[in-house]
Design a protein around this ligand. Structure first.
Ligand SMILES: Cc1cc2nc3c(=O)[nH]c(=O)nc-3n(C[C@H](O)[C@H](O)[C@H](O)COP(=O)(O)OP(=O)(O)OC[C@H]3O[C@@H](n4cnc5c(N)ncnc54)[C@H](O)[C@@H]3O)c2cc1C
Ligand SMILES: O=C(O)[C@@H]1CCCCN1
Length: 393
């Protein structure tokens, strides 16, 4: 292997830009197939400036859109495989409750998908919810549906495990190297703050920085980057909403944005409850507090916690930050560059991509080696966005 700053003596098969969960899984699949792969990351690892840091993420089969439930069947298997390779637990089953007015059309789609895919689940009325989950105070007319297979992924540990797996397969990971220039061609030339590298194909998985790398390649995707407040709430009785008390993850279908929670585990006595949206922010500015004085998301969460979860103190005890990169329809972008077919793009994971990363990585790997992808790519294509600059298409 070349020392940092020196060109690799031969061509890489693939360079992957961005060692978040999507780029790391893509590189892992490529290296497992024996491809000579270089994974580049701008920050020293581990870091907390993108979207893949933190201790926990929800994993679930339950989705209102069937294509994700379909992909989750394989994703669970790949997580288990990584867990076995890592020799450490990456996942804890807790179940998930989806909560909504029983007439809500999105809620009904969740119920249909769970039934069609034979996912173990149970329907609840407001009354049966109260009986089973005394920590929740449902309102009249509310319903719940559970996904018993759901749980929590140990995110930081999972990211490390997949990067370790990549290196064990012979992959090269260089952190603290920012990609500053990409020259497309049959051989792609990538310049970083530390050197110049060449490869037969390139995968861009740059999270909130995706458009910064794509713009010089003539492509601007309709992505919105959001700064998310990750809030933790104190239990009045420690453990009452904990994994050991069998409190599940939950997803409350609220208007305009959902609210979700994970049982207390990572910080003893604190339950993670967040708003599925945030304030628009450039990733370079993510650590600067938002200019508006009030934080409406935290106000919405405080109202929700005080009305709905009476065993929690309705004031966040800890607030951390993370970035979302949203597409208009919240479906991912997994596609080739419209002009440069050996440049593959994975972007726009819209706050729900972690659980699916094993399959996303496999699909991006398939696209970059020129194989037929294992799933329909229709929901993920770049051409679904009608207003792209004509230069790109
Ligand atoms: C608060 C929060 C809660 C979430 N909850 C869930 C959940 O419960 N379940 C779930 O499935 N998903 C969840 N998600 C979504 C999930 O975490 C993301 O979809 C996923 O982490 C996106 O990964 P990524 O690799 O695309 O992005 P990132 O993790 O941001 O990785 C991109 C990487 O590219 C690097 N990079 C960028 N530009 C360059 C460059 N020029 N040169 C070199 N490197 C570069 C960045 O430094 C970064 O490390 C949540 C996300 C957030 C923020
Ligand atoms: O992907 C998930 O399961 C969660 C749902 C709620 C929003 C954040 N992501």
């Amino acid at each position: 292997m070349a020392a940092a700053g020196e060109p690799h003596s031969s061509l890489y098969d693939t360079i992957v830009v961005g060692a978040g969960i999507q780029g790391s899984f893509t590189a892992y699949h490529l290296a497992k197939r024996g491809r000579d792969t270089l994974l580049l990351e701008q920050f020293p690892l581990p870091h907390s400036r993108g979207s893949s840091h933190g201790q926990s993420r929800i994993i679930r089969h339950a989705y209102a859109q069937e294509h994700y439930t379909q992909m989750m069947a394989e994703s669970y298997g790949l997580w288990e495989q990584l867990e076995a390779e890592a020799g450490a637990p990456l996942y804890r089953q807790t179940g998930l409750l989806v909560l909504a007015a029983n007439t809500n059309p999105e809620f009904q789609r969740f119920c249909q998908t769970l039934a069609q895919h034979h996912i173990p689940s149970e329907l609840f009325t407001a009354e049966s919810l109260r009986g089973r989950f005394p920590g929740i105070r449902p309102y009249c007319g509310e319903a719940g549906v559970s996904d018993r297979t759901a749980g929590v992924l140990y995110a930081d540990r999972a990211l490390r495990a997949v990067q370790d797996g990549f290196r064990r397969c012979g992959g090269a990971l260089r952190d603290s190297e920012q990609v500053t220039d990409i020259q497309p061609g049959v051989v792609v030339t990538v310049t970083t703050s530390g050197g110049v590298y060449q490869a037969k194909s390139l995968v861009i998985t740059a999270g909130p920085w995706a458009n910064k790398l794509l713009a010089p390649l003539g492509l601007l995707l309709p992505l919105q980057t959001l700064r998310i407040n990750v809030c933790y709430w104190k239990e009045k009785v420690p453990g009452a909403y904990g994994v050991s008390a069998h409190f599940p993850c939950f997803l409350a279908i609220c208007d305009p944005h959902h609210i979700y929670g994970l049982p207390s585990n990572e910080y003893p006595g604190l339950v993670k409850i967040c708003y599925h949206s945030g304030s628009p922010a450039d990733p370079e500015e993510r650590d600067r507090p938002p200019e508006a004085s009030g934080l409406p998301d935290i106000q919405v969460l405080q109202d929700f916690v005080s009305k709905y979860l009476p065993g929690l103190v309705p004031e966040p005890a800890v607030v951390e930050h993370c970035m979302y990169t949203n597409t208009p329809d919240e479906d991912f972008v997994l596609d080739r560059h419209p002009k440069f077919s050996n440049i593959v793009i994975g972007a726009g994971f819209s706050g729900h991509g972690f659980k699916l990363a094993p399959v996303v990585g496999k699909l991006l790997c398939q696209l970059s080696v020129g194989e037929e992808p294992s799933y329909t790519m229709e929901p993920f294509g770049i051409r679904r966005f009608p207003a792209l600059p004509p230069a790109a298409l």
